[in-house]
Ligand binder design. Structure first.
Ligand code: FA5
Length: 344
């Protein structure tokens, strides 16, 4: 019986020492199993009452009950303490949650080289007082050819291989020039407008030709407009795009039924002085065809050619993007390759 009393007192001491070291719920659960479960130390002490005499039971029974109550109380108190600590830690985590701390591979969005150059061209023309116009990509034979002085069976149709649609007389526009007619129909001179947009041609692709590419149409109509206005406008555009005052232009005769005279405007290579791979060692880069708007085209647009004259041009926008950023294959521009696009 003195043995049992000693065990009771030791059990409490032992429990207190272990409990003081408990820091989380798992450790607390272990201590509960050791002391308070059916096979635990308290239950074992209870069993050891059995062989004792009635008087001994009367003396040790209350001691054991008291031990059990005390241990249960200590256990519950610790349980509450741990719950409070855990709640405080959670609060702290939320309070100091840094929304910018999680940064997986950063993905930056940006404008494609095509959009960047299109915006540059638009800004340059807006600064010269031009309007920006748009037109349908699915066009009629009338706007894409006939109104531009290219009647049915005219050999100039062969210059632009056409994607004809199943609907008779409908096509994917081969050039942005139909917007000239649409704009003249709805606006009176003086007219100063550019129209950037996508065009389509049934062509085999290579490094500098695509079946879909972008052009920028330009149209200026007023009284006494001459070819020198066209050349000055193109020179201004090229100098601004290539940030250079030293770009020369060269004019060669061209042929388009909707302009007379028709010219091809080349500009001096902004990348070299004596020939390079971009200008194919020629020092000149071919970019903008244009000319003075043919009187028949003015008439189709509802403008009197005896009063007004004008110039038009059709800049190869996709080619300009290639030149600006020294891109050597046109197909990269709509290849959707992220490592290519990330360079701009
Ligand atoms: C035209 O399309 C005329 N509409 C341009 C014009 C407008 C002349 C107004 C006169 C007055 P052309 O077919 O040459 O012309 O095309 C114009 C430009 O588009 C070319 O100089 C070239 O830079 C670009 N281009 C033509 N075909 C392709 C192609 N397959 N891929 C990429 N760019 C092309």
């Amino acid at each position: 019986m003195p043995e049992l009393k000693k065990d009771i007192s030791n059990t409490k001491k032992e429990f207190s020492v272990i409990l003081a070291k408990v820091t989380n719920e798992n450790e607390l659960e272990k201590i509960r199993l050791t002391f308070l479960s059916r096979q635990g130390k308290i239950a074992t002490l209870m069993k050891s009452l059995k062989p004792l005499s009635l008087d001994e039971k009367k003396e040790c029974g209350p001691l054991l009950n008291k031990l059990k109550q005390e241990i249960e109380l200590l256990y519950k108190t610790k349980q509450k303490e741990l719950a409070v600590q855990q709640a405080q830690q959670e609060n702290l985590k939320q309070k100091y949650f840094d929304v910018s701390a999680y940064s997986p591979n950063q993905l930056y969005g940006g404008l494609t080289p095509y959009s960047q150059v299109a915006q540059m061209v638009e800004d340059i023309f807006i600064s010269m007082g031009y309007d920006i116009a748009d037109g349908p990509e699915v066009e009629t034979d009338y706007y894409n050819f006939q109104a531009l002085n290219i009647p049915e069976n005219h050999p100039a149709r062969d210059m632009q291989d056409t994607f004809w649609l199943d609907v008779p007389g409908m096509l994917l526009r081969t050039q942005t020039s139909p917007i000239q007619i649409r704009y003249m129909e709805n606006n009176k001179p003086p007219i100063a407008v550019i129209a950037p947009g996508r065009t389509y041609r049934h062509e085999a692709t290579d490094a500098s030709h695509d079946f879909t590419f972008a052009q920028v149409e330009g149209l200026y109509i007023d009284k006494n407009v001459s070819i020198s206005h066209l050349l000055a406008t193109i020179k201004e555009l090229i100098q601004k795009i290539f940030d250079s005052k030293k770009i020369d232009i060269r004019v060669r005769p061209g042929y388009f039924p909707f302009v007379e005279p028709a010219v091809e405007v080349d500009f001096s290579c902004p990348f070299c002085k004596s020939g390079c791979s971009v200008c194919k060692q020629t020092r000149w880069i071919e970019l903008v065809p244009g000319g003075l708007v043919h009187p028949n085209v003015l008439r189709h647009g509802g403008i009197d050619p005896s009063k007004y004259s004008g110039f038009a041009f059709g800049l190869g926008l996709t080619r300009l993007v290639m030149l600006k950023y020294a891109i050597n294959d046109i197909r990269l521009l709509h290849g959707n390759k992220v490592d290519f696009l990330q360079q701009f």
